[in-house]
Write a protein that binds this ligand. Structure first.
Ligand code: SF4
Ligand code: SF4
Length: 77
């Protein structure tokens, strides 16, 4: 099973991941992170299909995926 991890203090609240998710299971919190932004969270993790679109979409590399113990970072050069 895949587990999405959002590093909240990297998030700038752009909501691109929310739009990108085909399952519509990402949302924004009503709490502020260290940068002063409302950050993204996975509202229904059990419905995640592991497509990784959120990871690829995030411009701030705030989202990683843990699949069977392997953590995937996207566009982290
Ligand atoms: S991996 Fe796909 S289904 Fe899962 S939260 Fe990201 S965009 Fe949504
Ligand atoms: S795409 Fe990245 S920066 Fe934008 S809301 Fe989602 S996690 Fe935050």
């Amino acid at each position: 099973m895949s587990q999405i991890v959002i590093e909240k203090d990297r998030c700038k609240g752009c909501e691109l991941c929310v739009t990108a998710c085909p399952q519509q299971i990402l949302g924004m919190t009503t709490q502020l992170n260290a940068k002063g932004y409302f950050y993204a969270e996975v509202a229904e993790p059990m419905r995640c299909i592991g497509c990784r679109l959120c990871c690829i979409t995030c411009p701030d590399m705030a989202i990683t995926m843990n699949t069977h113990g392997t953590v995937y970072h996207y566009f982290s050069y």
